[in-house]
Design a protein around this ligand. Structure first.
Ligand SMILES: [Zn+2]
Length: 88
């Protein structure tokens, strides 16, 4: 009865637009046992991807906050915080 093909198209095109504008970053720093959540446009997020090393830390981007938070849990550091600048 419904028109699933039309509905699916609408949802997928909308989702891809959101993915472009809503990105979260986590900064993992094992050397200080800390992982920090940032928003896409935070000034602390590097504009070019720098080389990632385990102890110095790395930047990882996620298309939504749910996945970023889950990644923070899995990253390992016990100190999980949100950036005071961009307040994600
Ligand atoms: Zn930030």
């Amino acid at each position: 009865m419904a028109a699933p093909s039309l509905a699916t198209e609408g949802i997928s095109s909308g989702a891809s637009l959101y993915n472009l504008s809503m990105t979260y970053w986590i900064h993992v720093a094992h050397s200080i046992d800390r992982v920090t959540l940032h928003r896409d446009r935070c000034s602390e997020v590097p504009s070019t991807q720098t080389s990632t090393d385990y102890w110095g830390g790395g930047w990882y981007d996620y298309p939504d906050k749910e996945r970023a938070l889950a990644a923070m849990e899995q990253a390992g550091p016990t100190d999980q915080r949100r950036c005071p600048l961009c307040k994600p």
